[in-house]
Design a protein around this ligand. Structure first.
Ligand code: C2E
Ligand code: MG
Ligand code: MG
Ligand code: MG
Length: 281
């Protein structure tokens, strides 16, 4: 039965892939125009303190308001952008926009609101211009470096190259570095040992209930590891109260997920950050 199910999943997946691949050449050409046409936008998902649910920061997540396809998710166009090299200008736009928005929230609400996390791909991180681009985005917006966290994935950092040097430059300036989706790659521990990082984000797969006893032991183990090496941890993908309770009981202090808030428009996130709206929307 398992084999049969696997087979049908494979078929569906293959059919979906074929559609995605057929569309990707067209998507690549259009993506080139998307930035100039102002079709990209960011949503912001709050990162909250587990003790009282207050937002302590946001993660910027890019979307593409395609004129025909509607809103396209990053999973569909980030890989295309990575293959074509468009990720460099696209990522630069994301950095600038996230910093600009953070400054705008601070101006609107009269107080500095938290911090912003920005996802960065390998191609961007290893690009010679990366440190300068980050500094320019911060300077243009007038945002202090310690209000920005760069999220890199474990795969981003594989094949390191100049990645470590670039991260070190930024970190010396005060920019924070987070290792995203932690625990999903084979090289997690080596990277944790070798990369200059401040924080890890526990991958959401470790919170799923239908797991083995071993899977259920992972959040505690990762927290112990993080403490041993002096890093902060954010748990990703908290969807229900029970998960939040369990993380709190284990000693986690920060989390992110649909249970607290979905990715929000800039306006909605600004209201949440300024305390004029409550989480849970
Ligand atoms: P990520 O960086 O791990 O971001 C978290 C993803 O999980 C987001 O998906 C978010 O909407 C989703 N999520 C948040 N809470 C929950 C939850 O409780 N349950 C579930 N099932 N999902 C949750 P999204 O926005 O579709 O982004 C997917 C991925 O695309 C991101 O994963 C990141 O790797 C990439 N991405 C997004 N924006 C950017 C960007 O500006 N640049 C780059 N290079 N990659 C980006
Ligand atoms: Mg992320
Ligand atoms: Mg993640
Ligand atoms: Mg991810």
């Amino acid at each position: 039965a398992a084999k049969h199910d696997g087979g049908s999943n494979c078929l569906r997946y293959t059919a979906g892939m074929a559609g995605a691949v057929a569309g990707s050449a067209a998507l690549g050409a259009e993506l080139r125009q998307a930035i100039a046409r102002g079709e990209l936008f960011l949503e912001y998902q709050p990162i909250v303190a587990l003790d009282d649910g207050r937002p302590i920061g946001v993660e910027a997540l890019v979307r593409w308001a395609h004129p025909v396809r509607g809103v396209v998710a990053p999973i569909e166009f980030i890989p295309v952008a990575e293959r074509t090299g468009l990720i460099v200008p696209l990522g630069d736009w994301v950095l600038r926009e996230a910093c600009r928005q953070l400054a705008a929230w601070s101006a609107e609400h009269g107080s500095p609101v938290a911090s912003v996390n920005v996802n960065v791909s390998a191609r961007q991180l290893t690009d010679a211009s990366f440190p300068d681009r980050v500094v320019a985005a911060l300077d243009t917006a007038g945002v202090a470096p310690d209000r920005l966290t760069i999220e890199i994935t474990e795969t981003t950092a594989v094949g390191l190259g100049d990645a470590v040097a670039h991260l070190e430059v930024l970190r010396r300036l005060g920019v924070r570095i987070a290792l995203d989706d932690f625990g999903t790659d084979q090289s997690s521990l080596t990277l944790l040992q070798d990369l200059p990082v401040d924080e890890i984000k526990l991958d959401r797969s470790f919170l799923q209930r239908a797991g083995s006893g071993r899977r259920e032991a992972m959040p505690a183990a990762v927290l112990a590891l993080a403490r041993a090496v002096g890093l902060e941890v954010v748990a990703e993908g908290v969807e229900v109260q029970q998960q939040a309770d369990r993380l709190t009981a284990l000693g986690y202090r920060a989390a992110q997920g649909y249970h607290f808030a979905r990715p929000l428009s800039a306006d909605a996130a600004g209201r949440l950050l300024s305390g004029t709206a409550v989480a849970g929307v």
